[in-house]
Design a protein around this ligand. Structure first.
Ligand SMILES: [Fe+2]
Ligand SMILES: [Fe+2]
Length: 271
């Protein structure tokens, strides 16, 4: 049986509030999509309305980034705060990847575009569950602490422009994850927390793919419109991140993800 149109599946995930429920539905829909694709079929993408804001659980309370409590990273409470912040990022990422499918379903794209974002959404769902498991193993849970309210800003800002969405979400924000995750892994290694280290290593390895999908489809769209990708990228970063991008950059992983040095170095803060 062919699954329901992909954009409808995306809208259902976006409308599901609870973290565990959202990620379970996300993984089921991803499995249905890939099962249909394995049969050689091209399932229908269809159209759906993407909500302005995805449904979210009642907790965590969403607060201004300045009011997110800071705890010393070297303490057990500090490590819980880090895992909680990463869980929050992963849940946002689940919604971001389904949102790009639902919101831009009217833009004609090759089947591989949908394969990539469904796979990314499936991986983010796994990442959220890994972080939620780590929190629960420490007698905490996702929702126990306040979280950053500004995470959906990038999605709202780029809701009308697929090229901007690709530049800002995977190529800037997810690329930033590649810069900061090694430091986070080292911190948990130092604390001897092998479970969290393994989870973060899985996340780190798979995030390279998400940045690569962003770069691939950004270049695809620039090619289709006969635009210079570097110039377009610089223009979008200047518009959405007027303060510039924060170094240091993980040049090696960024290269692996198809992000050339001359895309982001000229946009570094202070340049
Ligand atoms: Fe992730
Ligand atoms: Fe990601």
């Amino acid at each position: 049986m062919s699954p329901k149109p992909l954009a409808e599946m995306a809208a259902e995930v976006l409308a599901t509030p609870g973290g565990r429920e959202k990620t379970a539905l996300s993984r089921r829909h991803a499995a249905a999509w890939f099962a249909a694709r394995r049969d050689g079929a091209l399932p229908q993408v269809g159209l759906a309305r993407a909500p302005d804001h995805p449904a979210r659980p009642e907790a965590p309370q969403l607060v201004d980034p300045r009011d997110v409590p800071r705890r010393k990273p070297g303490t057990p409470q500090g490590r819980i705060a880090i895992l909680h912040a990463v869980a929050h990022i992963e849940l946002n990422a689940v919604d971001l990847h389904w949102d790009i499918i639902a919101r831009f379903a009217h833009v004609p794209m090759p089947p591989g575009f949908y394969d990539d974002w469904v796979k990314a959404a499936d991986e983010e769902s796994k990442h959220f569950n890994l972080m939620a498991d780590c929190l629960e193993a420490k007698d905490s849970f996702y929702g126990a602490l306040a979280a950053h309210a500004g995470m959906w800003r990038a999605a709202s800002d780029t809701r009308d422009d697929l090229m901007a969405r690709l530049a800002i979400v995977p190529m800037v924000l997810e690329a930033r994850g590649l810069d900061v995750t090694p430091g986070m892994i080292a911190l948990f290694q130092k604390a001897g927390e092998t479970g969290a280290v393994a989870a973060l290593e899985t996340i780190y390895a798979e995030e390279v793919g998400h940045v690569a999908y962003g770069s691939k489809w950004f270049h695809f769209l620039c090619g289709r419109e006969d635009l210079d990708p570097k110039e377009v990228f610089h223009g979008l970063v200047r518009r959405y991140f007027p303060g510039g991008l924060k170094p240091p950059f993980n040049d090696e992983k960024r290269a692996e993800a198809g992000l050339p040095l001359d895309f982001y170095w000229p946009m570094a803060q202070g340049n």
